[in-house]
Design a protein around this ligand. Sequence first.
Ligand code: 0RA
Length: 671
Amino acid sequence: MATSDLFENETASEPNKGKEVYGADKITVLKGLEAVRKRPAMYIGDVGKRGLHHLIYEVVDNAVDEALAGYCTKITVKLHKENSCSVVDNGRGIPVGIHKEEKRPALELVMTLLHAGGKFDKGSYKVSGGLHGVGVSVVNALSEWCRVEVHRDGQVHQQSYKRGKIEGPIAKKGKTSKTGTTVRFMPDPEIFKTGEFEFDTVDERLRELAYLNKGLEIVLMDERPGRERHEVHRYKGGLVEFVQHMDKTRQALFPKPVYIEGEKSGVPVELSLEYNDSYNENIFTFVNCINTVEGGTHLAGFRAALTRSLNQYATKNNLFKNSKSSKGTFSISGEDAREGLTAVMSVKVADPQFEGQTKTKLGNGEVKGICDSIIMEGLSDYFERHPGVARKIIEKAVLAARSREAARKAKDLIRRKSALDSASLPGKLADCSNKDPEFCELFLVEGDSAGGSAKQGRDRRFQAILPLRGKVINAEKARDDKLLNNNEIQAIITALGTGYGGDEESQSNGSGSDFDIANLRYKKIIIMTDADVDGSHIRTLLLTFFYRKMPQLIHGGHIYIAQPPLYRIKKGKAEVYAYTDEERDYHLKRLKKEGGKSSKVDISRYKGLGEMNPDQLWATTMDPDTRTLLQVTVEEDAGAANLFARLMGSDVESRREFIEANANRVTFLDI
Ligand code: 0RA
């Protein structure tokens, strides 16, 4: 399987019978690395946690490419004690021979030139667009130091770099019988101000990659003192196991997920799906192993095929005989067909066009028809061979159609209430005077008393307050009709102005009742709850609702969590607030040290927002100049979906385990 000899053999008479050989001269040289250090965010998204983790993913993606090409079976990621990271793979090894035009070793070019990844030859699914596929050189550029070791052609080759600059020529470090690449790098503290790699975050992505590349073994090891851990991912079942993992806290409708695989016009398509006892739709789509959170043409093709194949099968087998429709022949809608559906879809596209707000929406038009026809054929065939499964799915969809009728009534009511004039806004909303969403904030506040303080303390020009009185319903477990009858949910939807539900397809039908982010009335939606158990419960319920029912708000970065202080520390007239125990201790120590004649230090703990008067609430939590807001982001969508299912679903045991395991984390919600 090793092809380490190919490279040096290029000039031999018959080097590569039919097989495409990678030549050093195939590497396209674009530009240098200074640009990367100047504008890191352009290459890796940001210089926070997400960007930091992106460094690992970039190297791993390269190793996964080797696996896709059929040369790599194992990838090991190690988090070392000084916060460096190494990625070891047993692929072909980065080529080390001399590039004809550049007259330099290919390894040097791969490591130090932007876009010299050598992925430009046909036959590999290069990842353009998005932030993936920028190349290992970007990782090198953003590392204080980096070392690469290549096992190839029977030799160990090694080279080191500092901030992207070569330290010395490639050194030969003895013989080897293996092939592969090890990249070890130390993220540059000059670039990354924020801390350390998070095991769980990295682990979620590696797990996902292992599901997407069945059989590939991916190991994550934490060697940092005190937190040693070891996780091995290897899934023979691929997407089928991914679906089972997603649904592990739910009850499946039939024993084994459906699996469909096909290829058309050079686009391989893979899909696995099952139905569960929930009412949610859980579809995860990937293009070249990148999670397409915003969907796109592949998803559209899948949705169309699913609805059509179910309707076709049901009609042919007379399964709608007990269902009536006011419009004549009965059929189930796309939404009905997807109630309780968990699915993972993976496609490979040679030249993907990524669109959308976060560049995670596939734009290639041809892919829709390809996915539609492969999946239509696959599902129809599957239903013929498993009539029991088909019948169960259709029964469930027919039930969904009935309850959707009830939901439609509730939805129309909300729509009528949220018609443009403000007279129809919820009574308890204290709206702001500015009407330009760009400047406006909506505070969702727990309880009437805190709501009252917030109304008095706010800057009414741009801050609106919606106090939440009653219980917020659990969106993980309730169907739309119940959800839409909940007063708090109604008030939120009306205040937001976005409408609710609907398909991507129906969003353009002008009916105006479906969710449309263009109608959002506030750029920031800020959840403000007490720092106690009830408060975190309400916060979780709200996040569950937004994540399940209005994910665009989360993906668009509109959802925030307010950070009220935990303590007020007073000494004489001086007053400071502490937001953590560490801050409290710091201030106590400082004030004691200052000593002086004035009175003793007085410390009070805030349990509820209601304990603060309006001025204090403004100064500590609401004033944009001084407050801290946590923006809710989802780094790993499948992981987040699982988290919500565990926290808010029906599996009590799983929730208990989770809460016990995470009891010592300050907040498990800044996902
Ligand atoms: C350029 C060309 C080839 C492989 C690689 C780069 C490569 C990069 C990385 C980064 C981490 N592990 C990697 N493994 C390989 C193709 C090699 C060939 O044709 O022999």
